[in-house]
Design a protein around this ligand. Sequence first.
Ligand code: ATP
Ligand code: DNN
Ligand code: MG
Length: 231
Amino acid sequence: MNPHESGRRARPGVFVTGTDTDVGKTLVSAILAKAWGADYWKPYQTGIAAAAGDSETVAALLGPGGGHELHAPACILRAPLAPWAAARAEGVALDMSALRLPGTNAPLVVEGAGGLYVPVDEHSMMIDVPARLALPVVLVARSTLGTINHTLLSLHALRARGLPVLGVVMNGPPSPGNREALERFGGVRIIAEIPPLARVDAAAVAGMARRIPALDVLMRGVEMPDARPGA
Ligand SMILES: Nc1ncnc2c1ncn2[C@@H]1O[C@H](COP(=O)(O)OP(=O)(O)OP(=O)(O)O)[C@@H](O)[C@H]1O
Ligand SMILES: C[C@H](N)[C@H](N)CCCCCC(=O)O
Ligand SMILES: [Mg+2]
């Protein structure tokens, strides 16, 4: 369905996905939450056997104050794998049909795990999360060689699913050529370019947040299809 057909305004929140794991979604989520005074939620957290959860990282990157609420994940799994595989390793079965947005009146930044076609349960992939929750998408992409193919494929998948895309955040050394290619062939707005940061900390996040457009500017004209509980 064309997202403009239903006439329903999108809620003030975004789903942050990436062209890959480790591409910078957590850093960008912290920057967006800082810029918008938003809450943060990582519904599917895997890999806690090997590293801190992304909520803890975002809490540190936001620093004290600001009133951001970090909502508890719907599921926390040990293995550094896709949710479907990490759940299977623990002998549990996930069911995305039980997923509900946390209650909040603040804007909400929701971070996926890995990229869009990462399996979550026997029937669903990460791309089904923003469809279920009726959230428009911010796509985080590397700035470097190889990003054109990965980013255009991700945009194609989002559009085929009828999901509004607010834009792309390019992460890494500035590449005007790649930016032009994504704008031209992806027909997408580049929301921001995040250069390599000498220190990934609260001060750097606050500095980058000043470069982010207001959420209502990005959301202008964006309408969502109804949430699809069966998605
Ligand atoms: N612009 C940057 N400058 C310096 N370090 C960065 C930058 N972007 C990301 N990193 C670092 O790269 C690593 C991966 O980034 P991040 O955790 O944000 O990826 P992710 O996409 O959220 O991964 P996951 O799929 O596990 O959630 C982190 O250690 C992060 O601090
Ligand atoms: C553990 C890791 N950091 C992510 N949270 C999960 C990434 C799953 C990627 C699966 C894949 O695309 O092959
Ligand atoms: Mg992350």
